[in-house]
Design a protein around this ligand. Structure first.
Ligand SMILES: [Fe+2]
Length: 310
């Protein structure tokens, strides 16, 4: 069973333990999460001025929007302000930055479903991040940048946290995916043919929607089954998410239990220290290597962007 905590005052070790057992935390906005959401709004509004970024589908073609997002999203990911705000968010929530490694924050967009829901604005079907080579101790931080509604939010299936789902995650090898698919995301405007891990059975019940206000955070384990709700509202949804791992948990292999993930290799080479921005030491990543990566496939996120820019 999963519980949902609101503004919990648990210490960070207990909070992580609860997250690994399937509980979800809704966190009120803090100065740094508000600043992160504000940065995304500012960049979106500048890039699409004078239009309201939530109403682009009324004025632009899907191709025009995708072309702007292809520049805007990497600019957000690598914005120097993000490198300051994520460590600050960790401190605001009691985590010691020297123990935390994070994957760069992504800016996501979910347009009204008739408009643009593939490629660079991919609408994610139900999945666990651990079907995509995430470590079992990964935590996801998800925050909306504008007010959201049930029909343009993130959906969760907490009942499946400890219930296996038939899936084809064995098709996914993180390094193979990077080399073949990532650089071409902006080309998949109308349809997306990239093969991805998906449930191979019908899921029971509808997903639950948690609706924090802008800058508020849904904090959850990367093993939670979640989806992008098909956006049936008349407003685009923009959100930010990033992932964290705790060094002690990584080394001790603490985390959620793997009940149904069979993907290979690990995303850990993308993680940066919240204290000094350095990559995770290779000897720690090595604990999670499974021997399926070869040197020519070893690409880190910055390298992939360099490839994409060519
Ligand atoms: Fe996800």
């Amino acid at each position: 069973m999963s519980a949902v905590y609101f503004d919990a005052t648990l210490n960070e070790d207990v909070r992580r333990a609860r997250l690994y057992s399937g509980d979800i935390f809704i966190l009120q906005p803090t100065p740094s999460t508000e600043a992160l959401a504000g940065l995304a709004r500012e960049m979106l509004e500048k890039a699409f001025a004078p239009l309201d970024p939530r109403l682009l589908h009324k004025h632009k073609t899907a191709e025009e929007v995708a072309a702007v997002l292809a520049r805007l999203k990497p600019a957000f990911i690598h914005h120097p302000e993000c490198k300051k705000l994520i460590p600050a968010i960790m401190r605001e929530h009691g985590e010691e930055p020297s123990k935390i490694y994070y994957d760069v924050p992504r800016l996501r967009s979910a347009y009204p479903s008739h408009f643009l829901s593939s490629g660079i604005a991919y609408a994610f079907h139900p999945h666990r991040d651990t079907w995509y080579s995430a470590p079992m101790c990964q935590l996801n931080w998800w925050l909306p940048t504008y007010p959201i509604e049930a029909d343009n939010a993130m959906g969760f299936f907490p009942g499946y946290f400890d219930r296996p789902v038939k899936n084809n995650s064995e098709i996914y090898n993180y390094y193979e995916w990077n080399t073949k698919n990532r650089a071409s995301a902006a080309q998949h405007v109308k349809s997306d043919t990239r093969e991805q891990p998906k449930p191979q059975e019908a899921l029971e019940g509808e997903s639950l929607r948690y609706l924090p206000r802008p800058g508020g955070v849904i904090l959850f384990s990367g093993t939670q089954l979640h989806e992008t709700v098909p956006n049936t509202t008349d407003f685009a949804r923009y959100s930010i998410d990033f992932r964290t791992v705790h060094l002690d948990d990584l080394v001790a292999r603490h985390g959620a239990v793997n009940i149904d993930s069979r993907c290979t290799e690990t995303t850990l080479r993308d993680y940066l220290s919240a204290a000094d921005g350095k990559l995770l030491p290779e000897e720690i990543v090595g604990l999670y290597d499974d021997g399926t990566a070869t040197e020519d496939k070893l690409l880190r996120f910055g390298d992939r962007l360099a490839v994409a820019a060519k």
